[in-house]
Ligand binder design. Structure first.
Ligand code: HEM
Length: 345
């Protein structure tokens, strides 16, 4: 009897291992035959294998870099001649931005062979590939140049806020040539990563103005009550209820499998659309996509058709990663955190 049980346990372990390895190998080991891209790839694979949470940070970094002055590595700067130390990183909107040390590590290996802006774009691309199990993959050229300005004020004024209503989101995306469809497709990035309490505090007490599922809201209030902010604490929770603990999911009446969502955590997939359509998304800016007819149709479409979302997300990331750098002085920085010169004319 004991032997039979042991054999069954070994067999199920093998099955679990085989599935795990299959999932990992779908995206692992994708190389490009190009020194810059291969170096980025190797380091991103290593970093995600060590700590998967670096992956969402890298995807977000592409958005926050390219949305401000185009893709110019401005988000990485600690100091510039015109902005001093009040750079984009210091913007309130950039709370939680991460991945800077990994970008430094990659830059140290590549030296003048790659701009910091290219490293950000390639690292985000590889993170999306790995976190989607190889389902989101796109090619993008190199050749981006690094900018020499980076202003916290400009970032705060131009990146979308989690309290935006639909018109504000639409205007913000249109200003950079992105459609409502692309807004909906890119918002699916919130299937991964985390958010600070300060970023979703408006969702904890105002259920009437921005509908949020009451069980999900109660679970959030239980784990991260608003009172923590008054005590000077600002904890994080997963953006995706799928990535919450089992206890949280019980409180939130969320059963991923019953919802048709894969329970595997920190996976970039279309679970965001399943969750949004039952009001179990964190930000007001996520939920408000339901208030526009075209956007709501797209939410349904991406919920039903994961393959379509994977390919539309990849296409939108290509467009995002290609936003041209703006300004008059460009260079390939020696160190991603500072400009090469002290003055530019
Ligand atoms: C549509 C407008 C958007 C708004 C209002 C928004 C807002 C936010 C906020 C408030 C956070 C949490 C920050 C914190 O508290 O730490 C966040 C996290 C994140 N966002 Fe967005 N976002 C938007 C679009 C996007 C886009 C276009 C992408 C990428 C394509 C993206 C990717 C992410 C990722 C991956 C995270 C998690 C980062 C991490 O865990 O390190 N977001 N977003």
């Amino acid at each position: 009897m004991a032997n039979k049980l042991d054999a069954a346990a070994v067999l199920s372990l093998c099955v679990v291992l085989a599935f795990t390895l299959a999932g990992q190998s779908a995206a692992a080991g994708r190389y490009y035959g190009d020194k810059v891209q291969d170096t980025v790839r190797k380091e991103v694979e290593k970093a995600i294998a060590y700590d998967r949470s670096i992956g969402p940070a890298l995807v977000r970094l592409v958005f926050h870099d390219c949305w401000i002055n185009g893709c110019d590595g401005s988000v990485l700067l600690d100091k510039t001649p015109t902005d001093g130390t009040n750079t984009e990183k210091k913007a309130v909107i950039n709370i939680g931005l991460a991945g800077f040390q990994l970008i430094d590590t990659i830059k140290q290996q590549l030296g003048p062979n790659a701009s910091c802006a290219d490293i950000v774009a390639f690292a985000g691309r590889d993170a999306a590939d790995i976190l989607s199990g190889g389902k989101i993959f796109y090619t993008i050229p190199g050749g981006r140049k690094d900018g020499v300005v980076s202003s916290a004020k400009v970032a705060d004024a131009n990146l979308p806020e989690s309290t935006f209503d639909f018109d504000q989101l639409q205007n913000n995306f249109n200003a950079r040539g992105f459609s409502v469809e692309e807004l909906v497709v890119l918002s699916g990035a919130h299937s991964i990563g985390v958010a600070h309490l300060s970023s979703y505090q408006d969702r904890l007490g105002r259920a009437d103005s921005t509908p949020i599922d009451p069980d999900y809201q109660a679970a959030l209030n239980k784990t991260t009550p608003l009172s923590l902010l008054q005590k000077g604490q600002n904890p994080t929770v997963p953006n995706n209820v799928r990535d919450e603990t089992a206890a949280f999911q019980t409180d939130a009446a969320y059963d991923p499998v019953a919802m048709g969502v894969s329970p595997e955590k920190i996976v970039l997939d279309n679970s965001y659309y399943h969750n949004n359509l039952v009001n179990k998304v964190l930000f007001e800016s996520d939920w408000v996509l339901r208030t526009d007819g075209d956007a709501a149709d797209k939410l349904e479409e991406y919920k039903e058709n994961a393959t379509e979302w994977h390919s539309d997300f990849a296409a939108a990331m290509v467009k995002l990663s290609s936003l041209p750098a703006q300004g008059k002085n460009f260079e390939i920085r020696k160190n991603c955190r500072v400009t090469n010169k002290q003055y530019y004319y």
